[in-house]
Every structure is written in structure tokens, then in C-alpha cells.
Design a protein around this ligand. Sequence first.
Ligand code: PA5
Length: 327
Amino acid sequence: DYPKWPSLARESILNVPMDLRSVRLSIDGKVIDYGAEIDSVVITGMGGSGVVGDLLSDLCWFWDCRVPIIVSKNMRLPRRLSRPLVIAISYSGNTAETIMSANEALSRGYPVIGITTGGKLSAVLSGKGVPVVLIPKASAPRYGLPALLYPALIILERFGIASVTNELESGITGIENALKHVDDAVNLARQLVDSIPVVWVTESRRGVGIRFKNDLNENAKYYSVISVVPEGAHNDIAAVITKQGCLKHVAIMGPSDYEGLYEEVLIDVISSFGARPIIVKLEGKTPLETEIYGVTYLGIVTLALAELLGVEPVSTEPIDRLKNLLN
Ligand code: PA5
């Protein structure tokens, strides 16, 4: 799927309806006006779909986003919302948590937009006249990431939340650059064999860390831990003195993630206690390019790891069983 990501990103932009702001619905006696002012964006979704919220939330550390992005990976929505736009993302459209939270949003009278390949989410939303962005299929939800992320970016643009148009192409450059680093990715994967990776990221790169952890879990069937700094420098860091041989520290570093000498000092301290972190430098000229480079490159690392371990990367039986039982 990865080599198809550039075209998947471009293709899926075209599926976003032009006239989103003119939608006006009446559901259970409540008028939902998509043209009205909003004061937050809630992204609801799970796993490979929900990570879109984490990535957008990262990007808003670098962009001038007009309203907060709230990431909601739950069956319900946060109680204290005033005038949110809710973007419900489920690749399959059959994730119970996402369907429940989208229904809750509609019952509270919030504008909702679905992003999915179909399934129940599409049926439920379309049946009520709610706009749905239908996206092309991939081998599994997480392998369709650009098809989930790019429509969400366009929605932010259409609702005046962030100006993304000028960066869209750079995101695709990020994918293409990561695809040129497959050999490095395989080397990194080799270093992770027989370890529990501890992933160090900044607060503004949390989404990349979460995606790496999720891909390690789902592709390589591997446990992993994330330490988000600077907070992690006030708790997780105390555990680097541990002699649990299975831990392997990986520090992910984007071009403008750290202030001043923070990066050097952090690595110095971790190393001086014997942790020897593997440093992954993210490349990119724009925030979107860096972010997408990161998730693509690290995703390839997890696929390489799966291959080294002789693990089949696509299937995720425990997730499927849970989803089926909840449906
Ligand atoms: O990538 C995966 O396969 C999972 O993390 C799924 O994304 C997760 O189970 C949610 O399913 P969906 O994306 O279909 O809503």
C-alpha cells in the first residue's frame, strides 16, 4: 500500500463535497446548520482512523489553527462542548465506538461529517442526510492513512480552521522521501528485534509517537511504550536507570520540536544513565511534510520488523474479534 500513498492522498481530496458549509439538516426536531460559527473540532475515531486526530493535533502546534482540535477516542463525546464540528472517522465504517459517538453528536445537534469506505457509519449518516466523504479501500485501515487524513485536512480548510492548501503537496513529498529510506528503516528494525521499544517524542509530535506505537502493535505484534516530553523528562526519565535489558529507547526528533538546548541535554542525560537512545531525525520543509515523513518512515520500520520476526503484518485477529462482538 505504501507506494500508492501519494496517489491515494490526491485521489481522496477530490471526494470531499464542495458545499459543506451550506448543509442544513433537521434531525429529531433539531436544526443543524453547517454554516454556523464553530468553536472546536472534535475528531472521533479509533486506531488507524483515530490517529488522524492525533496528527492534526500535532500540526496545530505548528499552524495557526483557529479553534482547538479535540481528539476523542471513545464511545462518547466530551460533555462540555459548545459549538463543535465533529469529524467521525472510521475506515471500515463498522467501528462501534465511532458510530456511537457520531450518533451522540447528532443527538446533541452538532454538525457531523463522516470519513469512511462505507459500512454502517456511512449508512447511518447518509440516511440522515449527513455529509460523508467516501474514500478508497486499502489492505487494512492503517494502510489507508492518507485517504483518511487528506479529506480531514480539506475539511479544516473549508471551515476556515487552518490554511492547509499550500502544504498539501509537501505532505506527499514527505511520503515520497520516506519511501527512499527503506534501507535505513530495515536497519532500525534490526535494532528493535527482541526489545520493547520506548518511544520518546515531544508533545507536538505525540501523534507520530502514537502512530509508531500502534504500527508496532498491529504490524509487528509488538508491545511498545511512549514517553512524551517534556512531561516524560519529569517521570519516565527516572526509569532509564533500570537494567531491564529488553528496553530499547528510540528518540524521534523533528526539525523544530525542541527549544534551545533541550534536545542535546535530554539525550545527554538519558545516555549518561546508560540508555543509549537510537535517534530518528525527521525530515521536512513544512510541518505536514515532516509529520507525514515520520509516520510513513516509522510505518515501514514496523513492516520491516514484522518481516524480520516472520510475523504476518496485515491481520489483527484480536481487534477483529472485539469489533465483531461489538457490532
Ligand atoms: O489499523 C487498524 O486496523 C485498526 O487500528 C483500526 O483502524 C481500528 O480497529 C478502527 O477500525 P476502523 O479504522 O475501521 O474504524
